[in-house]
Design a protein around this ligand. Structure first.
Ligand SMILES: [Zn+2]
Length: 283
């Protein structure tokens, strides 16, 4: 088979502005025009995804429809509108009600690391967002660290702005965070006003709520890594199972759980619970 050479686009197909490749972000090309309409839609779409702010009911189609009638250039705009606004913009009442409800819910229910992710800083996905918050404790503190130029007195060497962040995440991702934090002060003020910005480490909540219980998780969880859920079960006095058997009390079912595992659990009559159920168990 002969490889076909594809000419890389030099400009955004939607607004004609030059595109750039961001280091460490693979093959993705980014439009450089901050006012590019398609770029705004892509940013908003990412903001509302399940992995970020989890605004269920705001599909791309709905978003585009709303943008025909309402000014929605940023996520901040989304939070300005009321039920009536959404209805006037063409949403059904049920959809409008759900949208308002979901937006309100996101203010209290989304943990800080997902808020940080939702801001769309290049290279800052779940792993890096969690790492930053575990280290610095809050988005406010990350902004503060990003703004200071550190001086290493032992070497009399002046470090650059946000050195600790660059040190933690590496050159590219770290610099992206430092730049974002220094260039988006107004947006950050809105973030602090509306959302959770303090890190709550659910993985280290300890206790004995799970004593005598054997638990296993399957699929992808929003708040725990594979090892993280195991650590959490053990830290709360439970036993983490190695596989599905009759000994199992609860199977935590995450996203994209394997159907064969679920079938087996069903056959054995094992109680299946959601991640939220689990979080309630250890509360
Ligand atoms: Zn563009």
């Amino acid at each position: 088979m002969k490889a076909i050479k594809i000419e890389e686009p030099k400009v955004c197909p939607f607004c004609g502005s030059p595109v750039v490749r961001i280091l460490d972000e693979g093959a993705h090309l980014y439009c450089t025009n901050p006012n590019c309409s398609e770029r705004k839609v892509a940013k908003l779409n990412y903001f509302v995804t399940k992995e970020c702010m989890n605004i269920d009911g705001l599909s791309e189609k709905t978003l585009r429809k709303l943008r025909n009638k309402l000014i929605i250039n940023s996520w901040q705009d989304l939070y300005k509108y009321t039920f009536e606004d959404f209805v006037v913009a063409g949403c059904g009442e049920k959809t409008a009600l759900k949208l308002v409800d979901e937006l309100n819910k996101s203010k209290t229910e989304v943990p800080a690391e997902r808020v940080l992710m939702a801001l769309g800083i290049p290279c800052i996905g779940k792993v890096n967002a969690t790492k930053l918050l575990e280290t610095f404790g809050s988005i406010e503190e990350i902004e503060r660290i990003a703004s200071i130029t550190q001086v290493d007195l032992t070497n009399i060497v002046s470090h650059r702005k946000g050195y600790d962040i660059i040190n933690l995440l590496g050159e590219v991702a770290g610099q992206n965070v430092v730049d974002y934090m220094n260039n988006n002060k107004e947006e950050l003020q809105e973030v602090y006003k509306l959302f959770n910005t303090k890190y709550e480490n659910k993985n280290v909540s300890t206790g004995n709520k799970l004593t005598g219980l054997t638990i296993l998780a399957t699929g992808t969880l929003a708040n725990f890594s594979r090892d993280g859920i195991k650590d959490s079960v053990i830290a709360n006095g439970g036993t983490y199972a190695s596989g599905i058997s009759k000994k199992l009390d609860y199977l935590i079912v995450g996203d994209k759980a394997g159907s064969s595992k679920l079938k087996k659990a069903e056959e054995l009559g094992i109680k299946q619970i959601t991640e939220d159920d689990y979080l309630n168990l250890i509360k």
